[in-house]
Design a protein around this ligand. Structure first.
Ligand SMILES: *[C@@H]1O[C@H](CO)[C@@H](O)[C@H](O)[C@H]1NC(C)=O
Ligand SMILES: *[C@@H]1O[C@H](CO)[C@@H](O)[C@H](O)[C@H]1NC(C)=O
Ligand SMILES: *[C@@H]1O[C@H](CO)[C@@H](O)[C@H](O)[C@H]1NC(C)=O
Length: 784
């Protein structure tokens, strides 16, 4: 979504309609607190678009058929004006809910009776929990709070442009913080369960109603993950993506969002992919998303993404061409006013037909009907009883705390520097600009939080004698008050530093140039560590990874935590982890690379390494160089062990699967393989098998513990482009100290063991495959 504000004015819906709107507002004065709706008392009688017994598809078509061409074109921007003669209110398509209902965007107004909503941690931290059930419940809270705000008359729309599920491909990306990380399987899972929660669906299983509690939108489709690098901006960037990378990295989250999450929205991105602007790409929007994946919903452009097709990219020769390209490609609504402004001319010039406009409007009005906005007063509708008391409930706030607790990653804990024991801490020095900044804790795309306590405020409640020195005034840390910090550190029993990044270092439109901590931060940390009586504790607040090799190696830094941007309850969560009231179990959802990685051009979209040119590849799946911390890394106050249970792990007997042998083909490198599409759903179902893992918490503390199941291919460097390892499944367990549990994963070789070939086909190789969990491996062979 765009930080760019649309540069044009919405063409007004003529003065007469404004007068009519005013009149209808007067008529409705008695119910001024109601949210806007249509088809209530006073609606034209027997009008099909108001008839709830008819399928929404028919109702939408009926409504569209009643609109004049001018009215139709007016509906194609994110601010859609009212059509008063039909009782249709204005609608704002653009609302945000990345990690809680936010007032970024235009549709949500948290300045009325309701002034806050639950603010969960920034997504990258929530992802680190590896806990789909948590992700789902966060989505559910967003759906409920969205309705609460809407029913309270403080929303002009219920279409939320979240989640952001682009792969966090490069550690410098300013918006990586908004995503679930670098792994396509995990990102796909996050997309599916978050969307299901927001839309009011069950966490899994069939979705048997087209009703929407709120509408989610997977963005930015596709291969968008660069703001600005060395002169390339996201508006002009042409991402060169191979068929192989598209198939197994860039598109899987979107496929899962649509197929498993049943998302009702997709946003096409600013960038081009292999020359074609994504919003103008029929293959991507209509063929892949709608036809191949069965997408049922609306497609919005990113903000001003239609204008840039002509004005920045020059892909369209005229404004009318840009309008024609996007409507013919399958985009439905333009964030901005470009289509509203140039639609009539495009029609006049014969570049689009009224049918193209109707197609888009059909999708748009279907969504509004699925949201129940054409069913009369929403008070009497399915979600009408969700009141303002459902926003910022204690339960929701507890979930924000749970999310922060479950995400926090323990990066280092030499000599059990953590947890601290309260009775031993008579005095505490809290040092760092990130200890007491409530805004930084929210990351981006947030609304006013229900409550907010900074780590400093909470720690002051734990230890009476707490001294605070900010050290520098922001993450830039151009100058540091080192003597003051050293003085405080030397005179306290314990020292906790809060360093890292903030939104002036990484955000939308701002990628980092370096991976190291900015400015004087390292000097400050080292000086403080030298002055302290005991090894210090370093808490990093940042979204993207930082190169803290110096801190990892420094024995005077006893422990390190990564706490992302932890949201409204982040201060409490950090204190609970520091004092051992919570046993950290989060795992890094991205690789932490050394500073040296910045020599890689951000514009190089290739995931696979190219040893011939020294290109190192990207993410744990393909990058084999040195790391600061690996994907999936994270310590705990307890020790855990993992073992495959051989009696329970029963790979299928391939020989028994009829016809499989005949399907094996030798493609390229000499390894015979099976084409997954050719195998078909039935054979794939018969290949599914259980993998059982025994997990033990060896103590000393109870804890939540994500169990990550990877697949390892034996020959990652044979030119086939296989990832070295690939996360295939994960589950977050809660285990008491000394408790043992068994986790059963359903493994689907077609889904989990297949790889994408150079031309984007999915195949399973014959021969050895290894499943990995912790240090344990389980070998299985595919041969028929
Ligand atoms: C879907 O159907 C099941 C079983 O009939 C029911 O329990 C569930 O509530 C339904 N879900 C929705 C969202 O209507
Ligand atoms: C908090 O941090 C933000 C950047 O994330 C900065 O703009 C703001 O000035 C800081 N506030 C204070 C009080 O330091
Ligand atoms: C992996 O490579 C080794 C040595 O090159 C070869 O013997 C083996 O057959 C290969 N295995 C697969 C599954 O390709």
């Amino acid at each position: 979504m765009g930080g760019v504000r649309p540069r044009f004015v919405v063409p007004s819906a003529t003065t007469t309609t404004t007068a009519l709107l005013f009149l209808s507002l007067l008529l409705h004065a008695a119910v001024a607190a109601d949210p806007p709706f249509t088809c209530g008392a006073g609606a034209p009688p027997n009008i099909p678009f108001c008839d709830q017994r008819l399928p929404v598809e028919r109702r939408a078509d009926d409504l569209v058929s009643r609109l004049t061409v001018e009215e139709k074109i007016s509906q194609l921007g994110d601010e859609s004006p009212a059509v008063p003669r039909l009782g249709v209110p204005a609608y704002k398509w653009w609302s945000e809910a990345l990690h809680g209902v936010a007032n970024a965007g235009r549709g949500i107004h948290l300045d009325g009776p309701l002034r806050a909503a639950t603010s969960f941690p920034q997504v990258i931290l929530t992802a680190a929990s590896f806990n789909p059930h948590l992700w789902y419940r966060i989505g559910q809270v967003i759906g409920v709070e969205a309705r609460g705000v809407y029913n309270n008359g403080q929303a002009e729309g219920l279409t939320f442009w979240a989640p952001n599920i682009n792969i966090f491909r490069d550690p410098r990306w300013g918006r990586g913080q908004e995503t679930p990380g670098e792994d396509p399987t995990m990102t796909g899972k996050y997309a599916a369960v978050f969307v299901r929660g927001v839309q009011g669906y069950g966490m899994a299983g069939p979705v048997n109603s087209t009703d929407l509690e709120a509408s989610a939108c997977c963005k930015h489709f596709t291969a968008y993950d660069l703001e600005k690098w060395n002169g390339d901006t996201r508006f002009a960037f042409d991402a060169k993506v191979t068929a192989q990378d598209l198939e197994d990295t860039y598109n899987p989250p979107f496929k899962s969002c649509v197929e498993d999450g049943h998302s009702s929205g997709i946003m096409c991105s600013y960038n081009r992919v292999n020359g074609v602007p994504t919003c103008a790409d029929y293959n991507l929007l209509s063929k892949t998303a709608r036809n191949d994946w069965g997408f049922y919903g609306y497609i919005t452009s990113d903000c001003d993404a239609v204008a840039i097709i002509h004005e920045v990219q020059g892909y369209a020769k005229t404004a009318e061409d840009a309008v024609a390209y996007v409507l013919k490609a399958g985009m439905d609504v333009n964030c901005g006013t470009y289509v509203q402004q140039h639609g009539a001319a495009a029609l006049q010039q014969g570049k689009i037909t009224e049918q193209d406009i109707n197609r888009a409007l059909h999708n748009l009005f279907t969504i509004r009907m699925r949201l129940g906005l054409f069913n009369g007063n929403p008070k009497y509708n399915r979600y009408g009883n969700i009141g303002p008391d459902q926003v910022c409930t204690q339960k929701h706030q507890n979930l924000a705390l749970e999310a922060a607790l479950d995400g926090i990653v323990l990066l280092k804990n030499d000599g059990n520097a953590l947890p601290l024991s309260k009775p031993n801490v008579a005095s505490l020095a809290v040092i760092g600009f990130n200890a007491n900044n409530a805004t930084t804790m929210q990351g981006n795309y947030f609304g006013p939080p229900c409550v907010s306590l900074t780590p400093l405020q909470v720690l002051q409640g734990y230890v009476k004698d707490t001294k605070f020195v900010s050290g520098c005034d922001s993450a830039a840390c151009a100058s540091a008050s080192i003597p003051e910090a050293v003085q405080a550190a030397g005179s306290a029993d314990y020292v906790v530093l809060f360093m890292g990044l903030d939104q002036n270092q990484e955000r939308e439109e701002l990628d980092r140039v370096d991976l190291t901590l900015p400015g004087m931060q390292q000097s400050l940390i080292e000086s403080v560590a030298n002055a302290a009586k005991k090894p210090v504790i370093l808490v990093l607040l940042c979204g993207g990874p930082v190169d803290v090799s110096f801190a990892k190696a420094n024995p005077k830094i006893g422990a390190m935590l990564w706490a992302g941007y932890p949201g409204e309850a982040g201060g409490i969560a950090i204190a609970q982890v520091l004092f051992g009231e919570h046993n950290p179990g989060g795992r890094l959802p991205v690789t932490w690379y050394p500073q040296d990685y910045t020599k890689v051009p951000m514009t190089d979209m290739r995931m696979r390494a190219d040893p011939a040119t020294g290109y190192p590849g990207r993410t744990y799946r393909f990058y084999r160089g040195p790391t600061v911390f690996n994907f999936g890394y994270g310590l705990s106050y307890s020790k855990y062990s993992h073992r495959f249970v051989t009696e329970g792990t029963k790979p299928p007997s391939m020989a028994k699967i009829e016809g499989l042998k005949a399907m094996a083909t030798t493609a390229g490198a000499g390894t015979a393989s099976y084409d997954v599409e050719e195998m078909g759903a039935e054979t794939c179902d018969r290949l599914k098998f259980p993998a059982v893992v025994r997990v033990q918490n060896h103590g000393p503390m109870d804890g939540k513990h994500p169990v990550l199941l990877f697949l390892r291919w034996p020959n990652a460097t044979d030119g086939s482009g296989r990832p070295a390892t690939q996360l295939v499944a994960f589950e977050n367990l809660h285990l008491k100290a000394m408790q043992t549990a068994h986790v059963e994963f359903e493994v689907s070789p077609c889904k989990h063991f297949s790889r994408a070939t150079a031309d984007g086909k999915k195949v399973i190789d014959q021969g050895s495959h290894f499943m990995l969990v912790g240090d344990d491996e389980f070998e299985l062979s595919f041969m028929a």
